[in-house]
Design a protein around this ligand. Structure first.
Ligand code: WTA
Length: 660
């Protein structure tokens, strides 16, 4: 790992502008004064256990109360609220009906071709119960892992909640992943059932999800998968296997609309979600019930300053953690109205986003910097055609936002009246960790500002020593928090190595390393500098270089591969691959295209390399390690700086310079 590549980014972020929330917003916000915020932070640092206990009790409904707030006996395998019993779907659905808001709209769904649906809390509970009962009839039991591989349709939400209702952890796999990637996740998680759809509409095309499931099962996942449930979305022809495959609508037709929630232990698994790391295959991040429920709930409430009549829209896909925490669990646990859209931003539908804001009077809008940059590129004429007056708060997530995009978002979309919450977090953290509270914290374009109450972060060097003001370093989290991941599915060693043992601390233990670099400025604002490991973020989608390299070398023509990220104005980063070919294979543009396709087949379209550079050899140290630092500079068209004396054969460099 190296901080070099990020320090250069650091230098250009000399942002001095500062924006205070408007008087009107501040006066009406749930946390509206510095005193209140300081008091929250003080409570959290003076007595963290009491702090978490009070929120766990006031914000969630428990079937049985907990006695222990945090059990650190086997740290960093922490346990939160361990004796407590609850069901997250009770907190997301039943309790709102009990307090009389069952008629409130829970979900507004807008389909890609323009169809739409709405569900009240009462209706949503019924759908979830029917689906839960249907899962039981095909043999799903508490503790069985269910994979959800779906387009962005209401049934994706129903399926997640139905699993949680009966205590079957879900493993949602983003619908853009290929059958190969799906297969790996099915096998690793030991998924007994897959819930999918005949297909999904995306970018004017039909994504053949069921066919991908069939391929995954045929190519090895038959070891684990017993049943497949298929939602009818596109009505395109698919093959159904008798006894294995069931239509969702047929299974649900006679199911009861009630299903008692399973009484879950606080530390029972709620879900696994796969994410990329710097080594090996994607890892199944494990989240459990009580802590995750509290953290997704509380962060949603704090950051989005929720009011009863808000219409909230997060544009993520439920296949990512943002969709889990901020389309499904966080909003529903708070009784909010959450919007779900089947489409993704693309040149031909950029107006669709603002049309949805206008149509449903969306008041809180949460999206990724990549989307904002795409909107920006296509010009303000598009959003200017729509009435966006309903918006009162804007958010960003997933990657650093450049100040220009931040300013554009504020001026063009927010009409200078909406605060922006730039939220930093990860699949592993379960919910947001660093973000402004919109009514109180003055924002600087490009800074995620401060940690939330209860969260303690620091920027340190490799030895764990705190770095100077404005100096780049590793972002660490110093205290456990309820929404933290519990382990990596089937690989507790990797959990320890990746997150808890990377930085050597003098005396301090149980410090979580996030994989990101950051700096803290003279006013205490945190500036995230991006990943410092071999993880690339393409349009905010996290990909491990090693995964892409493995995909490339699995092709018969490729001898060696090294993948790096290259800065991109629109997508944040794009993938550049340097490869050498097997003996007797000749380089050609057809081969380059074939290799790009091969990566798409192995992982999915999001991993398609922007550029593949074929060379006789890759730059290596004398001990045989590929010097990625050099490749990164080459890919970015930068001057090669730093020590190259360890390079085994410096002529390789000259040749590569010509090719890049
Ligand atoms: C990056 C997404 C800068 C970061 C929620 C992190 C961010 C990774 C921000 C996690 C932000 C997320 N500013 N960078 N506001 N939010 N990141 O697991 O590098 O898909 O480690 O979770 O995204 O990506 P993941």
């Amino acid at each position: 790992m190296s901080l070099d590549k990020r320090n250069s980014i650091n230098n250009i972020l000399e942002e001095k502008r500062i924006f205070h929330p408007s008087k009107k917003f501040a006066e009406n916000s749930n946390i509206s004064s510095q005193e209140e915020l300081l008091n929250l932070k003080k409570r959290a640092s003076d007595n963290p256990m009491q702090f978490w206990e009070s929120f766990a009790k006031s914000e969630l409904d428990w079937f049985k109360p907990f006695q222990t707030v945090l059990d650190s006996d086997n740290a960093p395998f922490f346990k939160w609220f361990k004796e407590g019993k609850l069901n997250i779907t009770y907190n997301c659905l039943d309790r709102h009906i009990k307090r009389g808001i069952g008629g409130k709209t829970a979900l507004i769904w807008e389909g890609e071709p323009g169809d739409s649906k709405k569900f009240t809390y009462e209706e949503l509970l019924k759908e979830v119960c029917k689906a839960a009962n249907a899962l039981k009839t095909i043999g799903v039991k508490r503790g069985d892992l269910v994979c959800i591989y779906m387009p962005m349709i209401p049934e994706a939400m129903f399926a997640m909640l139905a699993c949680a209702r009966i205590g079957a952890p879900h493993s949602v796999v983003f619908g853009g992943f290929s059958s190969e990637a799906l297969k790996d996740r099915l096998i690793d998680g030991n998924a007994k059932v897959v819930i999918t759809a005949d297909g999904g509409f995306r970018k004017d095309k039909v994504i053949e999800l069921k066919r991908a499931v069939d391929t995954a099962i045929e190519s090895g996942a038959d070891k684990v998968v017993e049943k497949v449930v298929v939602v009818q979305r596109t009505k395109k022809n698919i093959s159904m296997i008798n006894g294995r495959d069931f239509w969702w609508h047929e299974l649900l037709i006679d199911q009861k609309e009630e299903c008692e929630p399973e009484i879950m232990n606080s530390e029972d698994r709620l879900f696994i979600l796969y994410t990329s790391g710097s080594t090996g295959k994607p890892k199944g991040v494990v989240h459990t019930t009580g802590g995750y429920n509290l953290w997704s709930h509380l962060t949603f409430k704090w950051i989005f300053d929720l009011k009863d009549d808000d219409i909230y829209w997060c544009t993520a896909d439920v296949g990512w953690i943002t969709g889990h925490s901020y389309i499904v669990y966080g909003p529903l646990s708070n009784g909010a109205t959450t919007v779900m859209f089947e489409g993704v931003p693309r040149p031909s539908n950029l107006g669709a986003f603002w049309e949805i804001v206008q149509k449903y009077k969306v008041s809180i809008f949460y999206t990724a910097p990549t989307a904002i940059r795409a909107f920006m590129k296509s010009g303000r004429e598009i959003p200017d055609k729509y009435n966006l007056d309903s918006l009162r708060l804007l958010g960003t997530v997933g990657e650093p936002i450049n100040p220009e995009a931040w300013m554009w978002y504020k001026e063009v979309i927010g009409n200078n009246k909406c605060p922006i919450v730039d939220t930093w977090w990860q699949t592993e953290t379960g919910g947001v960790m660093i973000s402004p509270l919109p009514g109180v914290v003055a924002t600087k374009p490009g800074s995620a500002t401060f940690p939330l109450p209860g969260i303690e972060v620091e920027i340190v060097d490799k030895n764990g020593d705190k770095v100077q003001e404005n100096e780049g370093g590793y972002l660490i989290i110093k205290k456990p928090w309820p929404g933290m991941m519990r382990t990596i599915h089937g690989n507790s060693e990797r959990y320890l190595e990746s997150y808890w043992e990377y930085i050597s601390f003098k005396g301090e233990k149980n410090v979580y390393f996030a994989g990101d670099g950051a700096r803290i400025d003279e006013d205490g604002y945190i500036w995230i500098m991006g990943r410092v490991d071999d993880v690339i973020s393409v349009s905010g989608h996290r990909l491990g270089t090693m995964e892409i390299e493995s995909a490339l070398v699995s092709h018969k023509s490729v001898a060696e591969a090294a993948v790096v990220g290259k800065k991109d104005d629109l997508k944040g980063e794009v993938i550049v691959a340097f490869i050498s070919l097997e003996k007797d294979v000749n380089s050609s543009s057809e081969l380059v295209e074939e290799l790009k396709k091969h990566v798409v087949i192995e992982i999915g379209i999001i991993a398609k390399p922007e550029k593949i550079i074929i060379s006789d050899a890759l730059p290596k140290t004398r001990s045989g390690k590929i010097m990625r630092r050099i490749l990164r500079s080459l890919a970015g068209g930068e001057k090669i700086s730093g020590d190259i004396s360890t390079l085994e054969d410096s002529s390789v460099l000259e040749k590569l310079k010509e090719l890049s």
